[in-house]
Write a protein that binds this ligand. Structure first.
Ligand SMILES: Cc1cc2nc3c(=O)[nH]c(=O)nc-3n(C[C@H](O)[C@H](O)[C@H](O)COP(=O)(O)OP(=O)(O)OC[C@H]3O[C@@H](n4cnc5c(N)ncnc54)[C@H](O)[C@@H]3O)c2cc1C
Length: 476
């Protein structure tokens, strides 16, 4: 049912003069997600600047059964943060809720509004000589509330964990409009159910995150990056294990790149070039970091020791260690451009999967063979966070095939890959979430009891089903 005009008027009144827009040119960027795979329409974009205002808006929506899509930086990749095509959903975007609320340096915590952009948070934290170790290629626009709601991963999960591991407390506006708040910054609190955990990774289906208390870590005083060539994914996981042991757990990133992905990146992305003279089938981008001074631990020597040992064991074929920040950036640019570069090669069918680290080689072998059998000429580009068992198993279309014909195979190919993931005890969504894209796939693989509990929780917290309906879990 279309939203009645008097509700739009009332919501504008509650939001205040700067707190809304119905100008479709302003709304347009909020309607499409980055991969252009999902887009929708809405008559109203709400831009509250306080938790109280979010609460009033949601209360009104709940009373009048108006559907709400919470939105942060709109960098999500599964269609969870944009409205559907009905025109019956309004967006509540958190970008005006963007204050650093307080710092507690002796508690190693910071409390922020949920609309703070991740890179702004990094800058704020750096000023007080700390670091917040969540790093994604989208950090210049993604917001901490979005990161919490997707339980974002990124490149330093290996050492610091996913977003869930970095959260000490949340403030949430529930679908009823009530505010659930625990921003005390306690590290120990065993007083019953840990409610905040429900909202981390809920993709806006259980409420709107408005504030968070986050863990801070000592700043890195040394960081060293290496780019090495390897034979195959089996060498990658053996190198990973070796590097973790030798580094004394100072390994913070470990990413795999296939030659084909590097070829695409060098061909299509400005300023990208081959770091090594020879070509090899696979590469690892690895980084060690520490907050220790060099006289206590020399990271350069440590990284050299790792690579020397790996060379002697035939795990590494060639490599280079970045000598300065410019070289480090150039190496990371190769990794961060890899997804974008695939756009120039036609259609790309994506998978964001995880399996136990030890099973990655088996996964890549089985899944590549299966998709090539289904569609000869398909070009697998498996890359990403191998240190976490998380591969972006992207598949570029065969050369010369019609893009639309190829993309029509999206679900069939997803099923082939996800069946293999499932058989290896893995997850069909390692870090990007479920959104709209994977609702059916979730139902296919989650045990019935898990789905039953998810639906029970959703109905208990959001009985009118106003909060991001249809995303993550269908109610049936
Ligand atoms: C180039 C690129 C690189 C990326 N790399 C990574 C990566 O390495 N790791 C990774 O995990 N992800 C990655 N992503 C995906 C994306 O950046 C993350 O999912 C990010 O956490 C989304 O944050 P956002 O603020 O953009 O949220 P949005 O896209 O606005 O929203 C995402 C979901 O969260 C909900 N939501 C947003 N804000 C709130 C809130 N305050 N309260 C309740 N619900 C809310 C939305 O409804 C939606 O369901 C990448 C994306 C791009 C474009």
């Amino acid at each position: 049912m279309a939203i009645e005009p008097q509700h739009i008027t009332k919501l504008k009144e509650i939001a205040g003069p700067k707190g809304w827009s119905d100008d479709q040119t302003i709304i347009a960027p909020h309607l499409v997600e980055p991969r252009d795979k999902f887009s929708g329409v809405t008559p109203l974009l709400l831009l509250p600047d306080s938790t109280q205002n979010v609460s009033k808006l949601v209360t009104y929506c709940n009373q009048n059964k108006i559907k709400v899509v919470p939105q942060g930086g709109n960098t999500g990749l599964v269609g969870g943060g944009v409205p559907d095509g009905s025109g019956n959903e309004i967006i509540i975007n958190l970008k005006r809720l963007n204050k650093i609320r307080s710092e507690d340096v002796l508690n190693h915590t910071i409390t922020v509004d949920s609309g703070v952009i991740l890179s702004d948070l990094h800058d704020a934290v750096e000023k007080i000589n700390f670091q917040f170790p969540l790093h994604l290629a989208s950090e210049g626009s993604t917001m901490i509330g979005g990161n919490i709601s997707t339980n974002a991963g990124g490149i330093n999960v290996l050492h610091y964990g996913v977003t869930r591991d970095l959260i000490l407390g949340l403030e949430i506006v529930l679908p009823s409009g009530e505010i659930l708040s625990d921003l005390t910054g306690l590290r120990k609190d065993n007083t019953g159910y840990d409610l905040k955990q429900l909202f981390i990774g809920a993709e806006g289906t259980l409420g709107i995150v408005t504030g968070a208390t986050l863990k801070l870590y000592p700043s890195h005083l040394q960081k060293n990056t290496a780019f090495v060539a390897i034979k195959n994914p089996q060498s990658a996981i053996e190198l990973l294990s070796l590097a973790r042991k030798i580094s004394g757990d100072n390994l913070i990133a470990f990413e795999i790149l296939p030659r084909i992905g590097l070829d695409f990146t060098i061909k299509h992305m400005a300023g990208c070039c081959d770091p090594l003279a020879e070509k090899y089938p696979w590469y690892i981008l690895m980084e060690c970091a520490t907050s220790l001074e060099k006289d206590l631990l020399d990271l350069e020597i440590l990284l050299e020791r790792i690579l020397e040992t790996a060379l002697n064991k035939d795990l590494v074929l060639d490599g280079v260690i970045a000598k300065n920040m410019a070289e480090t950036k150039a190496l990371w640019n190769l990794r961060e451009s890899m997804s974008e570069a695939q756009k120039f090669e036609g259609g790309s069918i994506k998978h964001d999967i995880s399996v136990p680290v030890s099973k990655i080689p088996q996964f890549i072998e089985l899944a590549s063979a299966a998709v090539i059998k289904k569609l000869p000429g398909i070009r697998p580009v498996p890359f990403g966070h191998i240190g976490d068992g998380n591969i972006h198993f992207n598949l570029s279309q065969p050369l010369g095939m019609e893009k639309s014909e190829y993309l029509a195979l999206w679900q069939q190919i997803n099923s082939i890959v996800h069946d293999i993931v499932h058989s290896l005890g893995g997850s069909i969504s390692a870090e990007h979430g479920i959104g709209i894209l994977k609702v059916q796939e979730l139902e296919r693989y989650k045990p019935e009891i898990d789905l039953k509990i998810m639906r029970t929780l959703k109905k208990a917290i959001d009985p009118n089903n106003i909060m991001n309906p249809g995303r993550v879990i269908s109610l049936k």
